[in-house]
Design a protein around this ligand. Structure first.
Ligand code: ZN
Length: 105
């Protein structure tokens, strides 16, 4: 019987992400200082963080909802821009038709 891909990955060291990024580590992912209870939080899929560090990071980052816009490549950014423009057009058209409806009354 062959070893599962999980066992192979484990043997190759792919399942351990290296020192310092262990799941149990309670160091803030932003400032690397220990996170104590009360002012700490967990950033999904990333790790523990101070609330203030997280908020500072969010303010600096060009994110919208959960989308990190600065992480998009040029093609993806162009697509997003077109989507936004299309949505804007759609809404302004919608508003125009609504206001013209009102004028009929
Ligand atoms: Zn911190």
């Amino acid at each position: 019987m062959q070893a599962s891909s999980l066992q192979i990955a484990d043997r190759a060291g792919l399942l351990t992400k290296g020192p310092g990024i262990r799941a149990m580590s309670l160091k803030c992912i932003f400032c690397k200082k220990p996170v104590f209870g009360g002012n700490g939080m967990t950033v999904p899929k990333q790790g523990p963080a101070h609330l203030v560090c997280f908020q500072a990071d969010q303010a600096l980052r060009r994110t919208f909802q959960h989308l990190d816009i600065s992480a998009l490549n040029d093609e993806e950014l162009r697509e997003l821009k077109e989507l936004v423009l299309a949505e804007e057009n759609f809404r302004s058209r919608d508003e125009e038709s609504r206001s013209s409806d009102i004028e009929l009354f």
